[in-house]
Design a protein around this ligand. Structure first.
Ligand SMILES: *Cc1c(COP(=O)(O)O)cnc(C)c1O
Length: 362
C-alpha cells in the first residue's frame, strides 16, 4: 500500500536517514559503545535545551515523564494549568498519582496567562505547577517567558513544562527561563518514531525529588541523574531511538538552530496564509498561535468558512497526505495541519496543492 504522508501533529513523518540510523547494530547498554553514543549526544542535547544540566533519555512516550514529574516533585499540591486536551489531562494524571491537585482552567484556544498563575500561587497552597508550552490539541502557545518569570517570586514552586510539540522549532532556554523540568516526546517536533522522551531537571528539582518517598522506580529522577553522570540510563533504553536521535541532532546542527527556527516560522506562516486564502479563521486567540501546527476553525469560531472536514480529509488522503480532523471536543469544528519536523517550503507546497484540489471538489 502506498504510504500516506503524515501532516497530523504527531507522530510526524520520519526520514529515511533517521530510519537508517534507527536500525544500527545493537550494543550493550552498560558497555562503552552505548556510553560513547550518549556522551556524543549529551552536549548536543544541552545545546538544544540551552542548559548546563544533564539531559536524560526516557524510553517512554511523554506521558511517562509527565506522570513521573508529578510523582517526583509534588508533595503539597499541584496547580495544573489547563487550556486543551493534553493540559486538561495532566489534572487527571496528578489525581491518579494520589496528589492534591487544582485546575487553572481557561477556555480551549486561550493561552495560560502569567497573571492567572500569579493569583493562584499567591495563595501559598502550591509547591508545583504543570504547564504545556504548546497545547497541541488547540494549536495554542502560552507565553512561557512571562510565566517562567514568576519563578523568581515563587522559588519554592516547581515549574514543570511540557514542550512536546514545540522543542526544536523555537528556542526554549531552560537555564535562562529558570524552570525546573522541561520535557519533550520525540515523535513530534523532533521527527523521530514514537517511544522516546528527552528531559532535564534543575538542581532544585533533583534535590526535592531525593526527598520524595513515593517517586516510583521507572521514572525516578534521582536515578536518571546518577546514571546520566555515567552516560547511562536507569534501565535498558530503546538504543535504536538513541541512534536515531544522534542522527537527528547532527541534522539540527548541520542546518543550524536559528535556521531551523526560521524554517518553522516560515512554513507555519504559509499554512496560516493558506487558511486565510480559503476564508477560514484560526482557532487560537490572536497572538498565541502555535508555530508548529495550525488549528483551523471550521465553525468553532464565529464567521469564516466551514467545510465537511471528514470529506476534506478523505480528498487529501486520496492524494497521499494525512491531515487531522480536530481533537476531542473540537473534532470537526476545527482541523489541524502540521509543519513540524523536516517540512520545508517545498514539501509544504505539495500539501497546500493537495488541499487546494480537495477544496475545489467540496
Ligand atoms: C502528544 C502530546 C503529549 C502526549 O504524548 P504521548 O506521546 O502520547 O505520551 C503530551 N503533551 C503534548 C503537548 C503533546 O502534543
Amino acid at each position: 500500500m502506498a504510504h500516506v504522508k503524515l501532516h497530523i501533529p504527531g507522530p510526524v513523518e520520519v526520514s529515511e536517514k533517521t530510519f537508517q540510523a534507527f536500525r544500527s547494530p545493537m550494543v550493550g547498554h552498560r558497555g562503552q559503545g552505548f556510553k560513547d553514543l550518549y556522551a556524543k549526544i549529551q552536549p548536543q542535547l544541552q545545546q538544544l535545551l540551552y542548559t548546563r544540566q544533564l539531559v536524560y533519555l526516557s524510553t517512554s512516550s511523554a506521558w511517562g515523564v509527565m506522570e513521573g514529574a508529578v510523582r517526583n516533585l509534588v508533595q503539597k499540591k499541584v496547580l495544573n494549568c489547563m487550556c486543551g486536551a493534553f493540559s486538561d489531562k495532566w489534572l487527571d494524571v496528578s489525581k491518579k498519582c494520589g496528589k492534591s491537585a487544582e485546575a487553572l482552567q481557561v477556555e480551549w484556544g486561550s493561552p495560560i496567562r502569567a497573571e492567572a498563575i500569579d493569583r493562584k500561587l499567591a495563595t501559598g497552597e502550591f509547591d508545583a505547577l504543570t504547564l504545556i508550552h504548546n497545547e497541541t490539541s488547540t494549536g495554542t502557545m502560552s507565553p512561557l517567558s512571562e510565566i517562567a518569570a514568576l519563578k523568581k517570586k515563587y522559588p519554592e514552586v516547581m515549574f514543570i513544562v511540557d514542550a512536546v510539540s514545540s522543542l526544536t522549532a523555537l528556542p526554549v532556554k531552560f537555564d535562562e527561563l529558570g524552570i525546573d523540568v522541561l520535557l519533550a516526546g520525540t515523535q513530534k517536533a523532533f521527527a523521530l518514531p514514537p517511544g522516546l522522551t528527552v528531559f532535564t531537571a534543575s538542581p532544585a528539582a533533583l534535590a526535592k525529588a531525593a526527598t520524595a518517598k513515593d517517586r516510583g522506580y521507572y521514572f525516578d529522577f534521582v536515578e536518571f541523574q546518577k546514571n546520566a553522570e555515567q552516560s547511562m540510563t536507569p534501565s535498558t533504553p530503546s538504543i535504536s531511538h538513541i541512534y536515531a536521535l544522534s542522527s537527528k541532532l547532527d541534522d539540527f546542527f548541520a542546518e543550524g538552530l536559528e535556521n531551523r527556527f526560521a524554517r518553522h516560522a516560515k512554513t507555519n506562516q504559509l499554512t496560516r496564509d493558506w487558511a486565510a486564502k480559503h476564508g477560514f479563521n484560526l482557532f487560537p486567540e490572536k497572538g498565541y498561535e502555535s508555530v508548529t501546527l495550525t488549528c483551523v476553525s471550521n465553525g468553532a469560531r464565529p464567521g469564516g468558512r466551514t467545510v465537511d472536514v471528514a470529506k476534506l480529509q478523505k480528498l487529501v488522503k486520496d492524494q497521499g497526505f494525512l491531515i487531522d480532523g480536530g481533537y476531542g471536543k473540537i473534532k470537526g469544528t476545527t482541523f489541524r495541519l502540521s509543519n513540524m519536523g523536516d517540512e520545508t517550503e517545498a514539501t509544504m507546497n505539495h500539501l497546500y496543492a493537495a488541499l487546494d484540489r480537495a477544496m475545489a471538489q467540496l
